[in-house]
Design a protein around this ligand. Structure first.
Ligand code: TYM
Length: 338
């Protein structure tokens, strides 16, 4: 088992990243047995696909690395690094660009969402983004890639690229790439904005009130939860009653994920109650679960050299692990004479 996953170091880590991905990374790391490995990285190369500020990217990379450690990623057990220190990611992307098809990339919903009506004005990197993502996981022969629902399509594309490359350039008994399996955690696979139950919670939403950041203090959390958009109805006693109530569903989903239960059990406790009672309970639960993380994060950020050292050690390990697959890809394509 080889677990590989990444996160863009843009802006603060939020509850959607935590419940949709990071918490699951930590659980997979903690369940690892002898001979199995986890690789977690900051997708800083992906971050340049859209307009960015270099100083902010530098700061974001440091903060996100610290946040992952604060959430429970242990750099002595998992390989934690940033892509930019491992040139094999960019190299393999180029090699895979020969295999990926324009039509496949054109169908990516993230490309369509981010480009909107202005496709001509987007960077080539935004279009090729999923090919880099494929390189990220194929380099390490990933078997499992824990992601939120929104990244599943990119991982399916990575499988298609791996399959076509193996078919075109490798023999059946010696494939160059392993086909990775996207694993979406059953709970909280999709956490929505607190201002709009139909849009995902996202770092790029201009409203701070739409997301809970892991650095938010207790007051900020409570304020955001109290102001979260809801409807005037009380909570139903059964899940079916949440249909067509996206905001209510989102808050119940968050409560269930944080308390490690499911929506049905939350509704058994709160069915019939109004949001005047449910919201403070949710706010308390969030504060309870997130405050140890934000406390640890503040401590880590006080020592940036240590975070740099963690990333440097992780990158050295990643470079070593990536080398054989990169060489095999060059060889398969006829780019190396031996
Ligand atoms: P990113 O940085 O947008 O998000 C990191 C992880 O958090 C999940 N996520 C969510 N889950 C539930 N609800 C939400 N509102 C929510 N928002 C984000 C994402 O699904 C993701 O798992 N392209 C990727 C980064 C990446 C990557 C990779 C991931 C680059 N290379 C290789 C896996 C494997 C991205 O932008 O994720």
């Amino acid at each position: 088992m080889r677990v590989v996953s990444g996160i863009q170091p843009t802006g603060n880590l939020h509850l959607g990243n935590y419940l949709g991905a990071i918490r699951n990374w930590v659980r997979m790391q903690d369940a690892m047995e002898e001979g199995q490995e986890c690789f977690f990285f900051l997708a800083d190369l992906h971050a340049i696909s859209q307009p960015h500020d270099p100083a902010e990217l530098k700061r974001g990379t440091l903060e996100m690395a610290a946040a992952l450690v604060a959430c429970g990623i242990d750099p002595t057990r998992s390989t934690l690094f940033n892509q930019a220190q491992v040139p094999a990611h960019a190299e393999l992307q180029w090699l895979l660009n020969g295999t990926a098809r324009m039509g496949w990339l054109n169908r990516m919903t993230q490309w369509k969402d981010k480009a909107g009506k202005n496709r001509e004005g987007q960077s080539v990197a935004l279009f090729g983004y999923p090919v880099l993502q494929a390189a990220d996981v194929l380099l390490y022969q990933a078997t499992h890639v824990p992601v939120g629902e929104d990244q599943k399509q990119h991982l399916e594309l990575a499988r298609d690229i791996a399959q076509k490359f193996n078919n075109d350039f490798a023999s059946e008994d010696a494939p160059v790439f392993t086909l990775p399996e996207p694993t979406v955690p059953p709970q909280a696979a999709r956490i929505m904005s607190l201002r709009n139950g139909s849009a995902k919670m996202s770092k790029s939403d201009p409203s701070e009130m739409s997301r809970i950041a892991l650095v938010d203090d207790a007051d900020a959390i409570m304020k955001k939860v109290r102001k979260a958009k809801t409807d005037p109805e009380p909570l139903p006693s059964e899940e079916a009653g949440l249909e067509d109530r996206p905001e209510a569903l989102n808050l119940v989903t968050i409560y269930a994920a944080l308390s490690d239960t499911d929506a049905a059990s939350v509704l058994r406790d709160f069915g019939g109650e109004g949001f005047g009672k449910f919201k403070p309970a949710l706010g308390e639960l969030m504060i309870d679960k997130l405050s140890p993380i934000s406390q640890r994060l503040r401590e880590l950020l006080a020592d940036p050299e240590e975070i740099d050292a963690i990333l440097a050690r992780g990158a050295a390990k990643a470079r070593e692990s990536a080398a054989p697959t990169l060489t095999a890809a060059y060889q398969a394509l006829g780019l190396l004479r031996h």
